[in-house]
Design a protein around this ligand. Structure first.
Ligand code: SF4
Length: 216
């Protein structure tokens, strides 16, 4: 079984002080917190907040506002080797998500619906990364203990392969951010910054399943 965190460490070791441009797909501020703290030492980061899976416009606005606030906080406290973190946040179009997962609405969290959801978000992340001339793309999603890092990394690598055939140059950056106590650190940082931490993944189906579980 591959150790994606180790692979990331090896890539970072091989940089020898060169700072590549990284597009970091971000699902929410709490998951971004540790990833930004960790990666900003080595990469020039543009955060890509692309989450059409968040069904409610109010919830989307709340999570985006927290992402913006977190980035402002980091930029106001530069580290010894950090550069300014930028943000790209495309408009919210939840219909993109509903079209993508049509027929898979009743899958359990972690199943095929989530695979389609990851693919939608990461394909757009690769497009955005090509547009800004990034060297690498990755996602905060692997920090969640509820999400399968192997599945997310496999999807990222497949998109990279497919894009290469059309002249794409952006590389997938492997990760498993929950390793090295990354998830624990994200909770500490969320408390430190007073971040809003939602209690469901994002889509209306995950909210429904969460409520059903609470009622049982
Ligand atoms: S549970 Fe999360 S990852 Fe799965 S489809 Fe819903 S929003 Fe996407």
């Amino acid at each position: 079984m591959r150790n994606y965190q180790k692979e990331l460490d090896q890539i970072i070791d091989g940089l020898h002080g060169v700072r590549p441009k990284l597009l970091l797909h971000a699902c929410c501020a709490p998951c971004s917190s540790y990833c930004l703290e960790y990666l900003r030492e080595y990469f020039d980061i543009t955060v890509f907040f692309y989450n059409p899976n968040i069904s409610s416009p109010e919830e989307f606005a709340k999570r985006l506002a927290e992402e913006e606030r977190l980035i402002r906080e980091f930029n106001s406290r530069p580290g010894p080797n950090s550069s300014e973190i930028k943000l790209i946040a495309p408009e919210h179009h939840p219909e993109m998500f509903f079209d993508t997962v049509y027929g898979y609405e009743d899958c359990a969290e972690g199943g095929d619906r989530c695979g389609l959801c990851f693919t939608l978000r990461l394909e757009r992340a690769f497009d955005a990364a090509e547009k800004i001339g990034a060297d690498f793309v990755t996602t905060t999603l692997t920090i969640s203990p509820l999400k399968n890092a192997e599945r997310i990394n496999t999807i990222g690598e497949k998109i990279e392969e497919g894009a290469k055939a059309f002249g794409g140059t952006v590389k997938w950056l492997p990760s498993d951010f929950k390793k090295k106590d990354g998830y624990k650190r994200s909770i500490e940082l969320s408390e430190e910054f007073g971040l809003y931490r939602q209690n469901y993944c994002g889509c209306v189906f995950s909210k429904r399943d969460g409520q059903n579980n609470e009622e049982k």
